[in-house]
Design a protein around this ligand. Structure first.
Ligand code: GAR
Length: 196
C-alpha cells in the first residue's frame, strides 16, 4: 500500500485484514515522505514500511525504479495507492501494471488530478464520490474498478465534502479490495470484471 498523508484508507484496510476471512493482508506500506500518520499507522500495526523521497534521487526515473524495487521486495499481488500524491512512472507500471490500483476522491472521469473534491464542489455538481481504478500512464484515466457516490450539500466546504467522500471511499475500498483478493479480477479493455 502506498500513502502520502493521513492514511485513513490504509487504516480501514488494516482493520479489515484483522479478520482472516477478509482474504487479504497488507504486506508493506510505502511512502514518498517521512513523518506522516500513514506510516505511523503501519508501524503501530507491525507492518514493514519504506520511504523514497523524489528529492533524494537524481532523476524522477531513478525514484520510480526505486519505488518499484521496494514494492517488489515485498512480492505483493496487488499494490494500492490511497492518498499517494505521486504519479507512477514506466518502471513502476512495467512491474505492476494491471495490478496497481489508486483511489481518487471524485467520480471519474470527472475531476481528475490533485484536487478532486475541491474541483467537484467548485463546479457545482450535486453528486460527488470516489473511484477505485487500475492505474495506467495517464492521470486518473485507468479502467474503473468501483465507485461510490455521496450527495453534495448546499453548505459544504471542501473539507466537509471531502470527509463525506472519504467515509464512502473507505467502505468502497475495503469491500472491493476484499473481493479482488478473494475472487480475482480481469481487465478487458476499459471494463473490469471481478470474479471468474
Ligand atoms: C483520499 O480521499 C484519496 O482519494 C485522496 O487522498 C485522500 C487520502 O486520504 N487521493 C487523491 O486525492 C489522489 N489524487 P487518507 O490519507 O486518509 O487515506
Amino acid at each position: 500500500m502506498l500513502v502520502s498523508g493521513a492514511g485513513t484508507n490504509l487504516q480501514a484496510l488494516l482493520d479489515a485484514c484483522a479478520d482472516p476471512a477478509y482474504g487479504a493482508e497488507v504486506v508493506a506500506v510505502g511512502a514518498d515522505r517521512d513523518g506522516i500518520e500513514g506510516l505511523a499507522r503501519a508501524e503501530r500495526a507491525g507492518i514493514p514500511t519504506f520511504v523514497h523521497r523524489v528529492s533524494d534521487f537524481a532523476t524522477r526515473e531513478e525514484w520510480d525504479a526505486a519505488m518499484a524495487q521496494a514494492c517488489a521486495d515485498h512480492d505483493p499481488d496487488l499494490v494500492v495507492s490511497a492518498g499517494f500524491m505521486k504519479l507512477a512512472g514506466p518502471a513502476f507500471l512495467g512491474r505492476f501494471g494491471g495490478r496497481y490500483l489508486n483511489t481518487h476522491p471524485a467520480l471519474l472521469p470527472a475531476f481528475p488530478g490533485m484536487h478532486g473534491a475541491a474541483d467537484a464542489l467548485a463546479y457545482g455538481v450535486k453528486v460527488a464520490g470516489a473511484t477505485l481504478f487500475v492505474v495506467d500512464p495517464g492521470v486518473d484515466t485507468g479502467p474503473i474498478v468501483a465507485q461510490a457516490a455521496v450527495p453534495v450539500e448546499d453548505d459544504d466546504t471542501v473539507e466537509t465534502l471531502h470527509e463525506r467522500i472519504k467515509v464512502a471511499e473507505r467502505t468502497m475500498l475495503v469491500a472491493t479490495v476484499g473481493r479482488l483478493a478473494r475472487e480475482g479480477f480481469a481487465v478487458e479493455g476499459r471494463r473490469v470484471r471481478i470474479g471468474s
